[in-house]
Design a protein around this ligand. Structure first.
Ligand code: ADP
Ligand code: ASP
Ligand code: MG
Length: 438
C-alpha cells in the first residue's frame, strides 16, 4: 500500500529545505513522492515564455541566464561530492539547453508548455541525484509517461492507472518513487500541464490511480484555514473537512488546494491530509468522507469573475429559455459558476472569458445583456442543512454594508456563495470572519 506525498514549491524552495524532506519522507516505506518546481521557478518560466512569444529573444535569454545562475548556486549548495556536483551540472545543462534551443523555433503554445514543464523536471531530477549522493536509492518516474489529459483537458484516470502500474512493477524491490507534479501529456501527445498549482491534482490523480491509502499534501501552512490567511488576520487551521467542503473551498479560491484536486481522491474515498513541511508534527487538516454537522467551516474567495445578466420578456412564462442560454455557454466550453433567475432575467457568472465576445453576440439575440467585470465570489462553506436556520442570516448580517450582486443558497447544503465587487472583497472577508468566527 503506497502513500502519495506531495511537496509544494516552498517545501523544495532551497537546498536546505530539500535536504530537510528526509525528516518527513521515510525511504524504507513504500511511497510516491510528487514534487513541484522550486518556489518561483514556474513564474519565471512563464515570464521567459512570454518574452519568447513576444519575439523578445534577447530579453528571454537574459532572463533565462538569471534563472540558470540561481540554479547553479542551488546545485552548488545541494551537492557535496564531485560526482553529485557533476550530476547537478549535467541536469542544468540539459534542461537549460533545451529551453535555449527553443529560441530558434517558431514559439507557439507548444513550446511554451515545454518551457513550463522544465521546473518540475529540474526539481525531481536534482532531488533524485541528491538522494543518490547520500546513498538513498530511489526511482524517478517520468510523469510524461503516464499523466494524460483528453481533448477536453480532463485527466484520464484509467490511462494513468494502466501506465503507472507497470512502471512501479518494474521495480519490485524499490520503495521510494519520485515524480513530477503539474506536467502531463495532452490528447495530441504534446507536453502540457494541469494548470497552475497542478501538483496537488497530480498527487490526487496518482492516489486514485493506485488506490493509495492516503494522499498527503505538504505545504507551507498548517492546513486549510478558516479564511484566506493572506487577507485576514487570526485565521485558524481546520482539523477536519468533508470532500465536498474541501472541493468547494478549493474551487472557490482557497489557494492551498488546486481547484479540481479533491475529486479524484473523493471518487475512491482516499483521505487527503494537508500538512506543514515547516511544522511536521502539527495535525493539519484531514479531508475525508466524514462531515461534522452544524458547523460553519471556512470562507474563501475567487477573483476574476464576470457577471452576465440577460433580460428578456420572452423568458416570461416560457420554457426552454434557460436551456438555450446554457447551450451558448456549452458551445464555447465555458463553465458557469453561479446562477440566479427572476421571472424576466437571469444572471450568471463565468471566470473563463476567452470566448466572452462570441458568447455575448449570441446572447444578444435573447434580449438585453449586461456585463460586470471585476467581480469576486465569496463562498462560505459548512453545514447549512435545513435545520441550521440562523447561519444564513449571520452571513447577511455580516455583509449588510456591502452591495451584493448575486446570492446562491440552497444549491447544496454546504455552501452559500455571494457575488461582490472585487474592490469590496477584503472588507467582505474580514467582516464575515468577525461575525462567524470571532
Ligand atoms: P504550495 O507551493 O505548497 O503548493 P501554495 O502557495 O499553492 O503552496 O498554497 C499554500 C498557500 O495558500 C498558503 O501559504 C496560503 O497563503 C494560501 N492560502 C489561501 N487560502 C488559504 C486557506 N484557506 N488555508 C490555507 N492556506 C491558504
Ligand atoms: N509549479 C507549478 C506552479 O507553480 C505547479 C505547482 O506548484 O503545483 O503552478
Ligand atoms: Mg500549490
Amino acid at each position: 500500500m503506497m502513500k502519495v506525498l506531495k511537496f509544494g514549491g516552498t517545501s523544495v524552495g532551497s537546498p536546505e529545505r530539500m535536504k530537510n524532506l528526509l525528516g518527513i519522507i521515510r525511504p524504507a516505506e513504500p511511497q510516491i513522492v510528487v514534487l513541484s518546481a522550486v518556489a518561483g521557478t514556474t513564474n519565471r518560466l512563464v515570464e521567459i515564455a512570454a518574452l519568447f512569444s513576444d519575439g523578445n529573444k534577447q530579453g528571454a535569454l537574459a532572463s533565462l541566464e538569471n534563472l540558470r545562475r540561481d540554479y547553479k548556486q542551488f546545485v552548488d549548495e545541494l551537492f557535496t561530492t564531485p560526482e553529485g556536483k557533476e550530476h547537478g551540472k549535467q541536469t542544468l545543462a540539459y534542461h537549460f539547453g533545451l529551453i535555449e534551443s527553443l529560441a530558434n523555433d517558431l514559439f507557439t503554445p507548444i513550446e511554451e508548455k515545454i518551457v513550463l514543464a522544465q521546473g518540475e523536471l529540474l526539481s525531481t531530477t536534482l532531488y533524485h541525484y541528491y538522494l543518490k549522493e547520500i546513498g538513498i536509492s530511489s526511482v524517478l518516474l517520468p510523469a510524461l509517461d503516464f499523466m494524460k489529459v483528453d481533448e477536453d483537458h480532463e485527466p484520464m484516470v484509467d490511462f494513468i492507472t494502466e501506465h503507472i502500474k507497470p512502471l512501479l512493477a518494474a521495480h519490485p524491490d524499490e520503495n521510494l518513487f519520485i515524480t513530477q507534479g503539474y506536467i502531463c501529456r495532452n490528447s495530441y501527445g504534446e507536453i502540457d500541464n494541469l494548470r497552475r498549482g497542478g501538483s496537488d491534482y497530480t498527487a490526487s490523480l496518482i492516489g486514485a490511480a493506485i488506490r493509495s491509502p492516503e494522499v498527503q499534501i505538504w505545504t507551507d501552512i498548517d492546513g486549510m484555514h478558516n479564511n484566506d490567511p493572506r487577507i485576514v488576520k487570526g485565521t485558524k487551521p481546520i482539523a477536519q473537512l468533508s470532500f465536498d467542503e474541501a472541493a468547494e473551498l478549493a474551487y472557490f479560491g482557497a489557494k492551498i488546494l488546486h481547484p479540481q484536486s479533491v475529486f479524484p481522491a473523493q471518487k475512491y474515498k482516499i483521505p487527503v491530509r494537508l500538512l506543514n513541511t515547516m511544522e511536521p508534527d502539527a495535525p493539519g487538516t484531514l479531508i475525508s468522507s466524514v462531515s461534522e454537522p452544524g458547523k460553519i467551516k471556512s470562507i474563501a474567495a475567487k477573483d476574476g469573475i464576470t457577471a452576465i445578466k440577460i433580460q428578456s420578456s420572452r423568458m416570461l412564462l416560457a420554457y426552454g429559455f434557460l436551456r438555450r442560454v446554457f447551450e451558448v455557454f456549452e458551445r464555447y466550453k465555458t463553465p458557469i459558476d453561479m446562477i440566479t433567475t427572476s421571472e424576466v432575467a437571469v444572471s450568471l457568472t463565468i471566470d473563463d472569458t476567452r470566448h466572452l465576445d462570441d458568447i455575448l453576440k449570441e446572447l444578444n439575440h435573447f434580449g438585453t445583456v449586461e456585463v460586470d467585470k471585476d467581480q469576486t465570489i465569496v463562498c462560505v462553506v459548512g453545514d447549512f442543512g435545513a435545520e441550521k436556520h440562523g447561519f444564513a442570516s449571520r452571513v447577511f448580517e455580516a455583509l449588510k454594508h456591502i452591495p451584493i450582486r448575486m446570492i446562491s443558497y440552497g444549491g447544496s447544503s454546504y455552501n452559500i456563495s455571494l457575488l461582490v465587487k472585487t474592490s469590496d472583497k477584503v472588507e467582505a472577508l474580514r467582516s464575515l470572519h468577525n461575525r462567524l468566527f470571532e
